[in-house]
Design a protein around this ligand. Structure first.
Ligand code: HEM
Length: 543
């Protein structure tokens, strides 16, 4: 300021007046640029929708949300009694949906208006540049529509039955290795085993390749890398998505890490794709199906690559996390009772024939308790608590409010799944009987863990089947035993190891498998080994 006053004082010549005008102009321009680039919200407020108080310049409401966004948003929604509100993440305006009924209204009743997805700087500009956008990260356009329709071919009830061998080989391998490890060494944290089940399922479906040895170095590398990539989609790990200034900082570590992980991922994905093409005549896979058409179908190789990356990333973490939560719940105080109840019910359904039950759970979901248990597990733990963002592609009206086109909307599945006005006072408890009753709760979509509406998870039925078969096979052959020195944390918020991740996974706990009848375990395992001989031979360790 004193500099400008000084200049004014001595601005006797025309030249210095010009200099002064130039400097003031430059300052004003810089301030304008600063405002437009980093403070001005990208969209105007939605008239009539409550705004979350406490927004500050540059940060918006981000600071007040701390490191656990879904829980903070859920708490604020209850505090202010706003099931739906808008807030600012940096300069991005986002509408959050936090209750069961409002989720139904926005994501199901108005699903055609919410079919689009917005683009985010980190994920879309840094991570996804070379393999292209997956279905789950792509805006709605002809390419996305075509790819989504093709994926649905692999997710129909007959298609799931046709690929039951994949559920067989992976649930068998998981139980085989957990059993042999815990028999020899005592309790173990099962997460890596459930992750391998999930990763293998998606790589088998996409590329007809799997990992058999839990200690294969590439498996560990892939598990780490996919976790890093997924963190780029989280709302609270990526300031640069919301605060444009952060993008300008030199040595932005997150951006460098994003590029690096994406480059590494592409190397192994390209290898898997090539393997699948090489084996196109002998092995069934999505890439192989495509290669056999000689590119004459509606899809091209880029489409296929994107579809497969999407299936691997969409399925791997979610199934892996939810499957380890099955073991966690079976290790709780009531876990033993639930195991016995399921075992008895399955014995009743399959006339005491364990081998028949062991095979049938791949093809049908006849145990009502088993179905309810998995449904409740998914409701209790929204492993992706904030559903990937949507963007309104047309105007619609909700509760008298006109929601315009171009608004970013995020469903807080954790909040909607724990909405006491829908699920009752025990909404925060794990009640595996919840979906056995004939009431308004036992009604699709049951919960919002798979998202909802036009862009909901394409693999709902497939995921339910994988989880059901895993649960039933475990209880048919084994008693899951807790490790008293490492009990699981089963609270729906505190269970998560890292509340900043996009997909939550459970904190370490210990469990072991005790056979109900060792001879029967061997018998069932040899049934799987024989039926899945060919799938087992697709393991990278044997090629
Ligand atoms: C417990 C298991 C799973 C959970 C909790 C889950 C959850 C989700 C969620 C929350 C979304 C976003 C939905 C939305 O915006 O409304 C999604 C999308 C998607 N999921 Fe899943 N998922 C699971 C398993 C799988 C599996 C096994 C696959 C593939 C084999 C898969 C493939 C996809 C795809 C392709 C999309 C993108 C859909 C689109 O944007 O049109 N998911 N999933």
């Amino acid at each position: 300021m004193s500099f400008i006053v000084g200049l004014l004082g001595t601005a006797s010549t025309y030249k210095s007046q010009l200099t002064l005008a130039f400097i003031i102009g430059l300052v004003l321009l810089s301030l304008y640029w600063f405002y437009r680039y980093t403070i001005e919200p990208t969209t105007t407020p939605v008239k009539g929708l409550p705004q979350l108080p406490g927004s500050i310049a540059i940060w918006g409401n981000l600071k007040q949300l701390g490191s656990d966004h879904p829980t903070a948003l859920q708490r604020l929604s209850l505090k202010y009694k706003f099931p739906v509100f808008q807030c600012l993440f940096g300069n991005q305006r986002i509408v959050f949906i936090n209750s069961y009924d409002s989720a139904m209204e926005w994501f199901i009743k108005n699903q055609t208006a919410l079919i689009d997805r917005p683009l985010f700087y980190t994920f879309h500009k840094l991570v996804s540049t070379s393999q292209g956008l997956t279905i789950g990260t792509s805006p709605w356009n002809e390419t996305c529509k075509k790819r989504r329709l093709n994926v649905q071919r692999y997710m129909t009830t007959p298609a799931i039955k046709e690929r039951a061998n994949l559920i067989d080989v992976e649930s068998y391998s998981m139980l085989r290795d957990l059993y042999s490890f815990t028999k020899a060494n005592g309790p173990i944290y099962p997460y890596k085993y459930t992750q391998r089940l999930a990763l293998n399922f998606t790589t088998m479906l996409s590329y007809a390749t799997r990992f058999d040895d839990i200690d294969t170095p590439l498996l560990g590398e892939i598990l780490d890398m996919v976790k890093v990539i997924s963190s780029f989609r989280s709302t609270n790990n990526n300031l640069q998505d919301f605060i444009p200034l952060v993008r300008l900082l030199p040595e932005n570590k997150r951006s460098a890490q994003a590029k690096n992980s994406s480059a590494k991922r592409n190397i192994w994905l390209d290898k898997l794709t090539q393997e699948a093409v090489n084996h196109k005549h002998e092995r069934t896979s999505i890439v192989g199906d495509f290669a056999n058409t000689d590119g004459k179908g509606r899809l091209n190789m880029d489409d296929i690559k994107c579809i497969c990356v999407g299936l691997v990333s969409g399925g791997f973490e979610t199934i892996g996390s939810t499957a380890s939560l099955i073991f966690a719940q079976l290790c709780t105080e009531n876990g033993e009772l639930w195991q016995e109840r399921l075992y008895d019910e399955l014995m009743k359904i399959y006339d005491g024939d364990i081998v028949k039950a062991y095979q049938s759970v791949l093809l049908e979901e006849k145990s009502e308790f088993g179905v309810s248990f998995i449904r409740e597990l998914l409701r209790m733990y929204a492993v992706i608590p904030l559903i990937p963002a949507r963007k309104t592609c047309k105007e619609f009206t909700w509760n008298g409010v006109t929601v315009p086109e171009g608004i970013t909307v995020i469903l807080n599945a954790q909040a909607a799944n724990h909405d006491k006005s829908h699920f009752g006072a025990d909404a925060d408890d794990f009640v595996p009987d919840r979906f056995l009753k004939d009431d308004s709760v036992n009604y699709p979509p049951y919960h919002f863990t798979f998202g909802a509406g036009s862009r909901a998870c394409t693999a709902v039925n497939l995921s339910n089947r994988i989880l059901y078969a895993g649960l039933c096979r475990t209880c048919l052959l084994f008693k899951v035993k807790k490790d008293p020195s490492r009990l699981p944390v089963v609270d729906y918020v505190d269970f998560a190891e890292d509340r900043q991740a996009q997909t939550n996974w459970i904190k370490e706990f210990g469990m072991s498998l005790e056979p109900r009848d060792e001879a029967m375990v061997e018998k069932c395992f040899s049934v799987s080994k024989n039926t899945c001989e060919e799938d087992l031979s697709y393991s990278i360790e044997y090629n």
